[in-house]
Design a protein around this ligand. Sequence first.
Ligand code: HEM
Length: 440
Amino acid sequence: MANRSSEIRKQVEMAIAFNRAPLEFLQNDAASASGSSRFKIGPANFVHVFDPTLIKHVLQSGYKNYARSKEFEVLKPIMGNGLPTNEGESWLKQRRLIQPFFHSRYISSFSKQMTESTAAMLVQWQDKKDGVVEDVFSEMIVLTLDIITKTLFGYDMKEKILELKQVTTVLIELLSKNMQSAIGSFSTDTSQQKEIEHNTKLLSDIISEVVNSRSNSNTESFDLLNMLMQAEDADSKEKIGHQQLKDELVSLLLTGHETSSVALTFALHLIYSYPEVRDKFINELKTLNGKPPSPEDMRSLPYTLQIIHETLRLYPPLWNITREAINDDKTDGLDIRKGDTVLVSPYVMHRDSRFWENPETFSPERFNDMSRINEFAYFPFGLGPRKCIGNQFALMSMTISLAMIGQQFILTPISSGKINLNPLITIRPKEKISMKLTKV
Ligand code: HEM
């Protein structure tokens, strides 16, 4: 009896420690064991994996044994059967359908739109009161939403973009709490549930408007929405259903904008907090001769890309990748049991001194030779068949936006120093990041 109650107390303490500071919890866990460790939070059995070979096994070579974990259930009411929450044959069919659209030759055709969205934001920055961007993250959310809705859905939200921002921001905050509750097995309060339902309905209405406006239009557009609406199943010749179409759009919108907007926010803060990095960045932009970067210019911006990689190393937006074991798995020294939640953390691996010299230091130069990077110790976009579908899209759009910002303004962080982190579904900065603008 005494043993049982001390076991329960230990699990409650673990749950509290994990929920209070999950990044530190996982870093300490990896430091105190080798390869993998096992712990229990509430009824859930966790296996934290932090060895490159084992990570490769779980996410890549042995992926068939590892399904979406229980926390993804929390996303289902919003994303339905969209790519991130879908499984099995249905997931494979949708992934094969959507993947070609993210091929680099299509992505290149979006550069004009990415450039225009960034230019529109920079026009507004000219009029900022006292030349200050009060909340860089908020600006980056609007920018990435604008880019995604225009490139993928061929739709200009105009002033509705602020409503979309409000809805997606609230949803991500509430969903994160629910996902953490799913880990710690805490119950969620009903008022929070109601707010999720309310905002899910608002988002669904916005997406319906996008789909309806396309259904009623006679103009030919080249975007993902058009491709999905035209697509047919190879065997049955059936078109994609209305609900599945909406699920894919909501999923791409949520996964695509949030990750890129936090990454851009951290990148801007880091570039302008390190004078040598800033100067090297500004110098590289001179090769563009004042023009916005085209897809062909990407090759002449290697340092900007290194900055992005180094930002994604220190602040991988998705800090935590989880799977549920379908069956027992004892290969490669792992001892995983059916139903275990397997947890792989890019954040932990990206700051592990076994793979990175001075891991806490911001140094874009470490990415000047990608062949030296261990792909199972650096994977901000995940690994294996479920690797991010939008990784090339994200890298190009971030490069374009950063370069255009750097061509027009020098930003000075108003509060310098360490950024405190808020690990929700993505790692967000805890406090507002404000920056002062000076025209170049
Ligand atoms: C810096 C930007 C981004 C980062 C760091 C990022 C990261 C990731 C990661 C780590 C995964 C894998 C999750 C897992 O294995 O469980 C993922 C999946 C996904 N990402 Fe991204 N992502 C980014 C941008 C984007 C963009 C721009 C889009 C779309 C426009 C996108 C769409 C998706 C989708 C649909 C999935 C699910 C794929 C599947 O399960 O088949 N992401 N992302």
